[in-house]
Design a protein. Structure first.
Ligand code: CP
Ligand code: NVA
Length: 307
């Protein structure tokens, strides 16, 4: 791995290997602490959008591996405004060992990676959210034991998070279904990639506008905000369209009895997920949030060749 921009760029073996490394680092952390694998290494964090999980889990990942992180807020860098994305990449590469960036446009991440001389990690773009995906499949592995023969259902927007879930599931051989309102589907090019990965792994994938068809028999049910960061102006309109895709106790009854419920967070309680489900016995929301730490440690260690 040179950069970490999309789960689509990893082979199934690389993704599985990343999860194995995350499990190993998590076990070491639980047993008392990680070895200082990233001693003397510095991560530069470029943010164009707000964050709780991504910012704190990357900071703590570096700290617990013996390295250091520098947070750069949207106001400091003004990526592409104060200076070009390419120049930011060239300059910051002279100071840090690895870059993580959260951007609006995915083309900015691609441009950063093209001009950086150190590895670049996508901390969320409008296209996908691969760090979240890595943490999510780690969580699924822990709660379900395996991917093959299990079904992951996403209900809601065909967005960055559902794109990474499609790529990850299709690579790992997990069946994937997505229920999305008409007009809010995954991009056809994303779906075609998913089909290609699924054909290679043997996973089945299904896209539908019918939430009940999508959720039937699911082992894992996942949702995300109806309006993502940057889509605030559309939030009111989306609140009229998306309610049939809300995860509440009623719709959850169509999944497996031992279903796990996931959400990348932040949750808009009462919109895409009810309190009863988010705080109920099936919820693994906060295991997922914790796993950002372990998955990202694995990404950092692998990119920096520290193991
Ligand atoms: N899930 C996630 O990426 O959360 P933040 O936006 O808080 O980083
Ligand atoms: N789809 C959401 C994910 C937030 C972590 C967004 O892009 O805002």
């Amino acid at each position: 791995m040179k950069h970490f921009l999309s789960l689509a760029d990893l082979t199934s073996e690389e993704l599985q290997g990343l999860l194995d490394l995350a499990l190993e680092l998590k076990a070491a952390w639980r047993a008392g602490g990680n070895a200082p694998l990233l001693q003397g290494k510095v991560l530069g964090e470029i943010f164009q959008k707000p964050s709780l999980r991504t910012r704190v889990s990357f900071d703590v990942s570096m700290l617990q591996l013996g390295g250091h992180a520098i947070y750069l807020s949207p106001n400091e860098i003004k990526l592409g405004q104060r200076e070009s994305v390419a120049d930011v990449a060239r300059v910051i590469s002279r100071y840090v060992n690895v870059i993580m960036a959260r951007v609006f446009s995915h083309t900015d991440i691609v441009e950063l990676a093209a001009h950086a001389t150190v590895p670049v990690i996508n901390g969320l773009s409008d296209y996908n959210h691969p760090c979240q995906g890595a943490a999510d499949f780690l969580t699924i592995l822990e709660h379900k034991g395996s991917f093959q023969g299990k079904k992951l259902t996403f209900l809601g927007d065909g967005n960055n998070v559902s794109t990474s879930l499609l790529f990850g599931a299709a690579k790992l051989g997990m069946d994937f279904a997505i229920g999305m309102p008409r007009g809010y589907e995954l991009h056809p090019a994303v779906w075609q990639l998913g089909e290609r990965f699924a054909a290679a792994s043997g996973a089945t994938i299904l896209a539908t506008n019918d939430p009940l068809e999508a959720i039937a028999g699911a082992d894992v049910v996942y949702t995300d905000a109806w309006a993502s960061m940057g889509q605030e102006a559309e939030a009111a309109k989306r609140r009229q369209i998306f309610p049939p895709y809300r995860i509440d106790s009623e719709i959850l009854a169509h999944a497996q009895e031992d279903v796990s419920v996931m959400h990348c967070l932040p949750a808009h309680r009462g919109e895409e997920i009810t309190d009863a489900v988010a705080d109920g016995p099936h919820s693994v929301l906060f295991d997922q949030a914790e796993n950002r730490l372990h998955a990202q440690k694995a990404i950092l260690v692998q990119l920096l060749g520290a193991k």
